[in-house]
Design a binder for this molecule. Structure first.
Ligand code: SF4
Length: 253
Protein backbone atom coordinates (compact mmCIF):
# COMPACT_ATOMS: atom_id res chain seq x y z
CA UNK A 1 0.00 0.00 0.00
CA UNK A 2 1.40 3.38 -0.97
CA UNK A 3 1.96 5.82 1.89
CA UNK A 4 0.22 9.17 1.42
CA UNK A 5 0.95 12.37 3.32
CA UNK A 6 -1.87 14.91 3.11
CA UNK A 7 -0.37 17.81 5.03
CA UNK A 8 2.25 18.72 7.59
CA UNK A 9 2.33 21.78 9.79
CA UNK A 10 3.67 23.22 13.01
CA UNK A 11 0.98 24.22 15.48
CA UNK A 12 -0.13 23.49 19.03
CA UNK A 13 -1.83 20.25 19.95
CA UNK A 14 -5.49 21.22 20.27
CA UNK A 15 -6.91 18.15 22.03
CA UNK A 16 -6.31 15.53 24.69
CA UNK A 17 -3.50 14.94 27.14
CA UNK A 18 -1.00 17.30 25.48
CA UNK A 19 -3.38 20.14 24.71
CA UNK A 20 -1.44 23.35 24.20
CA UNK A 21 1.90 21.66 23.43
CA UNK A 22 3.84 22.92 20.39
CA UNK A 23 3.75 20.02 17.93
CA UNK A 24 4.65 19.17 14.37
CA UNK A 25 1.77 17.35 12.70
CA UNK A 26 2.01 14.81 9.89
CA UNK A 27 -1.40 13.95 8.50
CA UNK A 28 -1.57 10.73 6.51
CA UNK A 29 -4.28 9.91 3.99
CA UNK A 30 -6.83 7.13 4.13
CA UNK A 31 -9.12 5.66 6.77
CA UNK A 32 -10.88 2.34 7.31
CA UNK A 33 -13.97 4.14 8.69
CA UNK A 34 -16.28 6.83 7.30
CA UNK A 35 -18.04 8.20 10.39
CA UNK A 36 -21.05 9.36 8.35
CA UNK A 37 -22.69 11.25 11.24
CA UNK A 38 -19.70 13.50 11.93
CA UNK A 39 -20.69 16.43 9.79
CA UNK A 40 -21.80 17.71 6.45
CA UNK A 41 -19.63 19.65 4.06
CA UNK A 42 -19.90 21.31 0.69
CA UNK A 43 -16.56 20.85 -0.98
CA UNK A 44 -15.88 21.68 -4.61
CA UNK A 45 -19.62 21.64 -5.27
CA UNK A 46 -20.13 18.21 -3.74
CA UNK A 47 -22.02 17.47 -0.54
CA UNK A 48 -20.05 15.10 1.69
CA UNK A 49 -21.07 13.53 4.96
CA UNK A 50 -18.83 12.45 7.74
CA UNK A 51 -15.34 12.69 9.15
CA UNK A 52 -13.96 15.88 10.62
CA UNK A 53 -10.69 15.54 8.70
CA UNK A 54 -12.30 14.91 5.36
CA UNK A 55 -9.32 15.94 3.24
CA UNK A 56 -7.40 13.04 4.75
CA UNK A 57 -10.08 10.51 3.90
CA UNK A 58 -11.43 11.56 0.54
CA UNK A 59 -8.66 11.04 -1.98
CA UNK A 60 -10.80 11.74 -5.02
CA UNK A 61 -11.66 15.27 -3.94
CA UNK A 62 -8.26 16.19 -2.56
CA UNK A 63 -6.02 14.32 -4.95
CA UNK A 64 -3.63 17.22 -5.48
CA UNK A 65 -2.97 17.40 -1.71
CA UNK A 66 -2.14 13.69 -1.35
CA UNK A 67 1.61 13.30 -1.69
CA UNK A 68 3.06 9.84 -2.29
CA UNK A 69 5.90 9.13 0.12
CA UNK A 70 8.42 6.57 -1.11
CA UNK A 71 10.97 6.60 1.69
CA UNK A 72 11.38 7.62 5.33
CA UNK A 73 14.07 10.17 4.38
CA UNK A 74 11.41 12.31 2.70
CA UNK A 75 9.52 12.58 5.99
CA UNK A 76 12.77 13.22 7.88
CA UNK A 77 13.63 16.07 5.49
CA UNK A 78 10.19 17.63 6.04
CA UNK A 79 10.72 17.31 9.79
CA UNK A 80 14.12 18.96 9.60
CA UNK A 81 12.67 21.90 7.69
CA UNK A 82 10.14 22.46 10.45
CA UNK A 83 12.86 22.18 13.09
CA UNK A 84 15.18 24.69 11.45
CA UNK A 85 14.04 27.70 13.45
CA UNK A 86 13.38 25.93 16.73
CA UNK A 87 15.92 25.32 19.44
CA UNK A 88 13.81 22.79 21.33
CA UNK A 89 12.12 19.52 20.46
CA UNK A 90 8.40 19.94 19.83
CA UNK A 91 6.11 16.94 20.08
CA UNK A 92 5.51 14.98 16.90
CA UNK A 93 1.94 13.98 16.07
CA UNK A 94 1.15 11.36 13.44
CA UNK A 95 -2.49 11.68 12.54
CA UNK A 96 -4.99 11.14 9.72
CA UNK A 97 -7.19 9.77 8.47
CA UNK A 98 -6.05 6.60 10.15
CA UNK A 99 -2.23 6.50 10.32
CA UNK A 100 -2.20 2.89 11.53
CA UNK A 101 -3.35 1.78 8.08
CA UNK A 102 0.41 2.02 7.46
CA UNK A 103 1.72 0.51 10.69
CA UNK A 104 3.79 -2.15 8.91
CA UNK A 105 4.73 0.02 5.95
CA UNK A 106 8.54 0.26 5.81
CA UNK A 107 8.54 4.00 5.20
CA UNK A 108 6.07 4.78 7.99
CA UNK A 109 7.69 2.46 10.53
CA UNK A 110 11.16 3.67 9.56
CA UNK A 111 10.04 7.22 10.35
CA UNK A 112 8.64 6.15 13.73
CA UNK A 113 11.91 4.35 14.52
CA UNK A 114 13.88 7.47 13.60
CA UNK A 115 11.72 9.74 15.77
CA UNK A 116 12.00 7.47 18.79
CA UNK A 117 15.76 7.05 18.34
CA UNK A 118 16.10 10.86 18.21
CA UNK A 119 14.25 11.20 21.50
CA UNK A 120 11.08 12.89 20.23
CA UNK A 121 7.82 12.48 22.09
CA UNK A 122 5.56 10.91 19.46
CA UNK A 123 1.80 10.64 19.57
CA UNK A 124 -0.16 8.58 17.07
CA UNK A 125 -3.81 9.59 16.87
CA UNK A 126 -5.82 6.52 15.97
CA UNK A 127 -9.34 5.15 15.92
CA UNK A 128 -7.79 2.04 17.57
CA UNK A 129 -9.44 -0.49 15.27
CA UNK A 130 -6.21 -1.89 13.77
CA UNK A 131 -4.14 -4.38 15.76
CA UNK A 132 -0.38 -3.78 15.87
CA UNK A 133 2.27 -6.47 16.34
CA UNK A 134 4.37 -4.81 19.04
CA UNK A 135 6.78 -7.75 19.37
CA UNK A 136 7.99 -7.41 15.79
CA UNK A 137 7.63 -3.62 15.59
CA UNK A 138 9.03 -2.58 18.97
CA UNK A 139 9.44 1.14 18.27
CA UNK A 140 5.68 1.45 18.77
CA UNK A 141 6.20 0.60 22.44
CA UNK A 142 7.70 4.07 22.94
CA UNK A 143 4.87 5.86 21.16
CA UNK A 144 1.93 7.45 22.96
CA UNK A 145 -1.37 6.48 21.36
CA UNK A 146 -4.37 8.77 21.52
CA UNK A 147 -7.13 6.17 21.34
CA UNK A 148 -9.95 8.06 19.69
CA UNK A 149 -12.36 5.14 19.69
CA UNK A 150 -15.56 6.07 17.93
CA UNK A 151 -18.93 5.89 19.69
CA UNK A 152 -22.38 5.44 18.15
CA UNK A 153 -22.62 9.18 17.32
CA UNK A 154 -20.05 8.54 14.56
CA UNK A 155 -22.70 6.61 12.62
CA UNK A 156 -20.46 3.53 12.36
CA UNK A 157 -21.72 0.10 13.53
CA UNK A 158 -20.19 -1.30 16.74
CA UNK A 159 -18.34 -4.14 14.95
CA UNK A 160 -16.50 -1.66 12.76
CA UNK A 161 -15.66 1.00 15.32
CA UNK A 162 -14.66 -1.12 18.36
CA UNK A 163 -11.83 -3.66 18.19
CA UNK A 164 -11.03 -4.68 21.74
CA UNK A 165 -7.99 -6.75 20.76
CA UNK A 166 -6.44 -3.74 19.06
CA UNK A 167 -7.13 -1.54 22.10
CA UNK A 168 -5.78 -4.17 24.48
CA UNK A 169 -2.54 -4.57 22.51
CA UNK A 170 -1.90 -0.83 22.60
CA UNK A 171 -2.63 -0.42 26.30
CA UNK A 172 -0.60 -3.46 27.32
CA UNK A 173 2.44 -2.42 25.29
CA UNK A 174 2.66 1.33 25.89
CA UNK A 175 3.09 3.44 29.01
CA UNK A 176 1.22 6.68 28.40
CA UNK A 177 -1.58 6.03 25.93
CA UNK A 178 -4.97 7.54 26.68
CA UNK A 179 -8.58 7.48 25.49
CA UNK A 180 -10.17 10.43 23.74
CA UNK A 181 -13.89 10.44 22.95
CA UNK A 182 -15.90 12.91 20.92
CA UNK A 183 -19.32 13.58 22.40
CA UNK A 184 -22.37 15.62 21.54
CA UNK A 185 -25.46 16.50 23.53
CA UNK A 186 -27.50 13.72 21.93
CA UNK A 187 -25.24 10.82 22.85
CA UNK A 188 -24.74 12.13 26.38
CA UNK A 189 -28.48 12.13 26.94
CA UNK A 190 -28.77 8.63 25.49
CA UNK A 191 -25.95 6.24 26.26
CA UNK A 192 -22.50 7.83 26.23
CA UNK A 193 -21.57 6.62 29.70
CA UNK A 194 -22.45 2.98 28.97
CA UNK A 195 -20.63 3.07 25.65
CA UNK A 196 -17.49 4.55 27.21
CA UNK A 197 -17.47 2.11 30.13
CA UNK A 198 -17.79 -0.80 27.69
CA UNK A 199 -14.51 0.37 26.11
CA UNK A 200 -12.49 1.71 29.06
CA UNK A 201 -13.92 -0.37 31.89
CA UNK A 202 -11.04 -2.84 32.02
CA UNK A 203 -8.40 -0.13 32.15
CA UNK A 204 -8.96 1.97 35.27
CA UNK A 205 -5.36 3.26 35.09
CA UNK A 206 -5.80 4.82 31.63
CA UNK A 207 -6.89 8.45 31.44
CA UNK A 208 -10.16 9.19 29.63
CA UNK A 209 -10.58 12.53 27.87
CA UNK A 210 -13.95 13.65 26.54
CA UNK A 211 -14.27 16.50 24.09
CA UNK A 212 -17.20 18.22 22.43
CA UNK A 213 -18.13 17.35 18.85
CA UNK A 214 -17.84 20.25 16.42
CA UNK A 215 -15.36 21.60 13.93
CA UNK A 216 -16.72 25.13 14.16
CA UNK A 217 -16.99 27.31 17.25
CA UNK A 218 -20.79 27.59 16.91
CA UNK A 219 -21.17 23.81 17.02
CA UNK A 220 -18.59 23.41 19.77
CA UNK A 221 -20.54 25.87 21.93
CA UNK A 222 -23.65 23.71 21.59
CA UNK A 223 -21.84 20.71 23.07
CA UNK A 224 -19.05 21.98 25.31
CA UNK A 225 -20.87 22.67 28.60
CA UNK A 226 -22.82 19.44 28.52
CA UNK A 227 -19.56 17.52 27.97
CA UNK A 228 -17.90 19.38 30.86
CA UNK A 229 -20.82 18.52 33.16
CA UNK A 230 -20.70 14.89 31.99
CA UNK A 231 -16.99 14.78 32.92
CA UNK A 232 -17.73 16.23 36.36
CA UNK A 233 -20.35 13.58 37.04
CA UNK A 234 -18.29 10.56 35.94
CA UNK A 235 -14.70 11.62 36.64
CA UNK A 236 -13.51 11.86 33.04
CA UNK A 237 -11.17 14.66 31.91
CA UNK A 238 -12.63 17.45 29.77
CA UNK A 239 -10.65 18.37 26.68
CA UNK A 240 -11.47 21.36 24.57
CA UNK A 241 -10.61 21.60 20.88
CA UNK A 242 -8.24 24.52 20.91
CA UNK A 243 -7.62 24.40 17.18
CA UNK A 244 -11.30 25.17 16.64
CA UNK A 245 -11.47 27.88 19.33
CA UNK A 246 -8.35 29.61 18.03
CA UNK A 247 -8.65 29.17 14.29
CA UNK A 248 -12.23 27.98 13.77
CA UNK A 249 -12.60 25.91 10.61
CA UNK A 250 -9.93 27.79 8.70
CA UNK A 251 -7.75 24.74 8.02
CA UNK A 252 -10.21 21.98 8.94
CA UNK A 253 -7.60 20.35 11.15
S1 SF4 B 1 -12.12 7.49 12.18
FE1 SF4 B 1 -11.49 9.64 12.18
S2 SF4 B 1 -10.43 9.95 10.20
FE2 SF4 B 1 -11.60 8.02 10.05
S3 SF4 B 1 -13.55 8.62 9.12
FE3 SF4 B 1 -13.82 8.66 11.37
S4 SF4 B 1 -13.41 10.80 11.96
FE4 SF4 B 1 -12.57 10.49 9.90
Amino acid sequence: MMLYLVEHFYSIQGEGKFIGTPSIFFRFGGCNLKCPSFGEYFIKGTKIFGCDSVRAVNRKLFEEEWQEIQKSETLITILQEHLENLDFKPHIVLTGGEPLLYWRDETFYGFVEYLIAQGFIVTIETNATIEIDFANFPAYKDVIFALAVKLSNSGEPYEKRVNKRAIDAIINNTAYSFFKFTLNRGIIEMRAYEEIVDIVGEYPEVEVFCMPQGDRVEILRKNDKVVAEFCMIYGFIYSDRLQVRLWNREKMR
